[in-house]
Ligand binder design. Sequence first.
Ligand code: PEP
Ligand code: MG
Length: 919
Amino acid sequence: MTTVVSAEPDVQPLVVPFGEGDRSMADLLGGKGANLAEMTRLGLPVPHGFVITTEACRDYLRLGHPPVRLEPQLVEQIAVLEHVAGRRLGDPTDPLLVSVRSGARSSMPGMMETVLNVGMTDAVVEALATRRGPRFAWDCYRRLVQMYGRTVLGVDEGRFEERLARARERSGVADDTGLDAHTLRGLTLDFRRILVEESGEDLPQDPQEQVRRAVVAVFDSWNGQRARRYRAHEGIPDDLGTAVSVVEMVYGNAGARSGSGVCFTRDPAGGAPGIYGDYLANAQGEDVVNGSRATLALSGLADLEPECYEGLLRHVHTLENHYGDMCDVEFTIEEGHLWILQTRVGKRSAAAAFRIACDLVDEGHIDMDEALRRVTGPQLQSLLHPRFRAATDDDVIATGLPASPGAAVGEAVFDSGTAEAWGAAGRAVVLVRPETSADDVGGMLASVAVVTARGGLTSHAAVVARGVGRTCVTGVEGLEVDVENGQARWPGGFVLVRGDIISVDGSSGQIHRGRLEVQPSQVAEAVGHAGDPGHVEHSADPLVRAVLRVLAHADLRRTLGVRANAETGPDAVSARGHGAAGIGLCRTEHMLLGARRVLVERLLTSHDRGPTLEAIQKITCDELTGVMEAMDGLPVVVRLLDPPLHEFLPDLVELSVRVAVDEVAGHVDPELVEQLAAVRRWHETNPMLGLRGVRLLSVLPEIIDAQVRGLCEAILALRARGLSPVAEVLVPLVADVAELEAARARIAAAVAFVAAAHEVDLDLPVGVMIELPRAALTAGALARAATFFSFGTNDLTQTTWGISRDDAEGSFLSEYRSCGLVRDDPFETLDQVGVGRLVQCAIAEGRAARPALGLGACGEHAGDPASVRYFADCGLDYVSCSPPRVPVARLEAGRAAVLPAGSAQSAGARSAPVGVPTQ
Ligand code: PEP
Ligand code: MG
């Protein structure tokens, strides 16, 4: 009988036999079903079977009952299966048993249900006992009752396991294979009593009814809690449904010459070539995966069943050649006969992904473009961080948000002063704070890791730590830091005293008590120096070689440049080492943090600004000399001052209290009173939307003079040393072209002043940050006054969504994410639908007004894999991210060039808004 698969969705068959499908049909047949069909076509020894399609499942989930079309097709295909298998369901002489398995388009290992040995009844067990022995027959029956009970009738698995454990104990055996036929028979009857007790139903004695019920149970398992959680984590849509494959049973539990195994065509952990896997004699597949018995390494099978082993090698070779990728395979041996039950492109670790991709290129299976498609930025990211060698959950004292990855060990301190003092003395310290502010930057720099009780993934602590490459965990709920008494109480009650050692895992968010051993990343070592001029990497490690090779190919392919955000010489050196082609954002206010913070305060509060401006000019010159020296010959974008005032001015409340206390005590300090008046004058309720960037520069344009002169002096000093500094000036937080024009005129005057004083030619291109919706909406006018745009997507996200970037994660956004109102944190992954629209609008208008307009992006999104690909698709010239994220941005920019068009499009962009999942 032939089933015609039509392009018309409403006449699509709901049941497709293996012989009529292929691997291109994964949407309809699920990954497992499509691959079973493909293997059948390849002539591999696959048991007979058919697939109930995902469409049938979707209909079931929508209707609340199986679609009426399903029943006749199911009956028909069971008849076909009985015919080709030469056995019939329920036949008391030679019965057919089947497995009923889930299989969605994307693999969801272990998340949905399976029922084996369907077709066992009281009559069949007797027949099977006669043909294959009573132990085997009762073992099959016991398994069916147990799986049917759990899966179809919802009986707690613990009830069966408890009986099994008792039976093993009474029989004095270590595992279920030691149970004899008599015991298994007793257990089967006992299990059936449990079914009736718990659900009021017994196992149906009609095998077709068993199949129908098992199919429905598998459909239902699509919406089980485990499956839903897994999908949410993996970003798999909730509306796809699962296919169900119904396959003739083959028996790994048919005696000593039978067994089940899993194998990978290469090592999925390290990627080394060579077959890799486990085998368990006299067992069904579930026994191998659930770890109840010790398995045998696959090489052991060569001695046990040499012919099957040879056959397996041949078949996995066929599969790897056919799929052009590492495959995993489930197989069963039944009395010396090998069956392949499942295959798919195998899941692998990040390290294996890089290594396998390159090996497959060398073996002629794929080209380097395909190798680039097969690895991801997050995989590379995970290879760059040190790890703890042997972390266990036993010593975990808290878990927070993994804000900046890495593994670091140090003495806990609770204030930045101690961190700086101990750090300067060469001690490794972990700064533990309720939260961090600009005052803590010095302490953070002096620490190996930072932990905060409050704040999310875009909090001050998280952003600064990522920027400077420190391990960081934020949002440790319940952590109480008692700065005064030098101790912290962790959520479970554990108290840590200043100087106690803790180990911080910034990748998992876990904090461990005591010292764990840190394993540095060889990949990071190599990747961090690959961009150094003259550096040649000769690593013997195949993983390091593979990563560098794929990255080099990404560089060859990409049209998107990658620069770094840095404001110190050492950071710029590190950026260049990581392969940055310049500095896309030098935040000059970061040069004024720590002890220099007082300079910004003085600018605003003192009458005579002259000495302060001179100091700022000198600092600017010194720091930029270091940055431009490191980036010799490459562009450095210097952004004029953009200091949110609350990060630089003394706290109004604290100052008011001090003055009030002085007043009560009768000795008022006039300077303090004056300072309070100034702080009050500049105080803002919402400083992130206040006097920042070009607004401050418009009110105090002398700042432009000082900064631009400092920059010009740095350029001249480097030129005098024979170097080739290339600088551009960037104006932040512009809303209106008038602001930009005023700033540009002042910049030009300052440049002209230095040029005239030194009798040299100086020309500094001026660009504008697009970080306010109004800037994006008036991009044409801005482009006529600027030579380049730099998208500041941190502020652009904040102002487009109307969500404070300082509060975002700790607030309702995390709730929104957990209930599905938003899929991604818009501060982490660019919101293509909203913010992206503004970006695209600005690009179109900007380039229309000035075709040669330069385009870059420098917010946090510039290091986020999906956002980098999006920026590449938008046609930007470059992204600029923190130095450690540069390799990931390079890789993703390369991937954007080889992936199919539109692959950077977010789920939200395809189907906005992402709704609350249906129950
Ligand atoms: C931005 O807003 O995206 C940006 C890069 O500027 P900052 O983070 O310094 O405000
Ligand atoms: Mg900004």
